[in-house]
Design a protein around this ligand. Structure first.
Ligand code: PLP
Length: 318
């Protein structure tokens, strides 16, 4: 919310753009086109995800297609009114779907060309995939980046970082009116201490990233091999320590590709995995490895999938 306000204050423009399948929290502007899809794959329409979002707010939202060449085109069309584009470099709740490098760079180029503020939402990916965030990994430099979760050591937190001329508007704008960014929980000393301690651990142990990356790669490749061996229609997605398991015919690149996925099968898989001692935080979309998961836990996760999927296949569910 603060990042959007900074972008609007800096550009003097009113509209914001987000991608289909992007989750950025529960505030009205960004509560669009996450689960509710409108328009076409190339030209999505903004649709509110919740009752109670005023239609006039929906009128200020431009929805963009994820992993599509059309996104840059639509940004250019709306340039005059568009304050910012916000993007998760890896769609998290949208299904652990990584942005393609070429796509994200084209979005970044269009934003720069049109004076549109590019906001990377790294609430999940920030300090999880790399110290420079997932956008950095994909060769894109956002104007603003929003963080959460890890920067607070797991305690409730939100942080907006980025270009000095943008964030300094919290102190005072050109006309003397500053951008308000704060609240009861802002700059909470306990959260800040937990965040600093967490970042210290990551700085002192940079091998955490390469280890997590290698374990995530191993998990994705072993689960994909299992899917091929069993001959079932499913695909494993993700990046680094994030993964998604989707019952789809083709590998999904965006949420439209997930629309027809078998979510009943996904829930059943999650239930069967639980019986094998593997708990997925979100059965249908997204799962996480942490640095506490070692090779033996990976063995267990893969073996549990084998047991669960073999049973589902025997019973004709997949
Ligand atoms: C990528 C992403 N952005 C933003 C948010 C919103 O964070 P909060 O619920 O703290 O506003 C979330 C929450 O999970 C998230 O996953």
């Amino acid at each position: 919310m603060s990042a959007l306000r900074l972008a609007r204050a800096a550009t003097g423009r009113g509209k914001i753009a987000k991608f289909e399948g992007g989750w950025h929290g529960g505030q009205d502007f960004l509560l669009h086109s996450y689960t509710q899809l409108g328009g076409t794959a190339d030209r999505p329409a903004a649709v509110a995800d919740s009752a109670g979002v005023p239609p006039e707010v929906t009128g200020t939202v431009v929805t963009l297609p994820f992993n599509s060449d059309r996104a840059a085109e639509i940004i250019r069309e709306h340039a005059e009114d568009l304050a910012c584009v916000i993007v998760e470099p890896v769609l998290g709740g949208g299904g652990a779907l990584p942005a393609e490098r070429r796509f994200l760079q084209a979005v970044g180029d269009a934003c720069r060309e049109c004076g549109v503020v590019l906001i990377a939402d790294e609430v999940i990916t920030g300090f999880r995939l790399a110290p420079g965030g997932a956008a950095g990994l994909l060769g894109v430099r956002p104007d603003l980046t929003v963080f959460g979760k890890i920067v607070g050591g797991g305690l409730p937190v939100g942080a907006v970082c980025g270009r000095g001329d943008l964030v300094d508007r919290v102190l005072a704008g050109d006309d003397g009116l500053s951008v308000v960014a704060g609240g009861t929980h802002a700059a909470n000393p306990m959260t800040t201490a937990a965040g600093v301690a967490q970042l210290d651990v990551l700085l002192e142990n940079p091998e955490i990233y390469s280890t997590l990356e290698a374990r995530g790669d191993r998990l994705r490749s072993e689960l994909s091999a299992l899917v091929s061996r069993l001959g079932i229609s499913a695909h494993v997605t993700g990046a680094g320590s994030l993964w998604g398991f989707h019952f789809t015919d083709a590998k999904p690149a965006n949420v439209r590709d997930l629309h027809g996925s078998d979510k009943v099968a996904a829930r059943m898989l999650a239930a069967l995995l639980l019986r094998e001692g593997v708990f997925l935080s979100s059965p249908v979309h997204l799962a996480f490895l942490s640095s506490a998961h070692g090779e033996s836990e990976l063995d267990q996760i893969v073996a549990a999938h084998a047991t669960a999927l073999e049973r589902m296949k025997t019973e004709g569910i997949v």
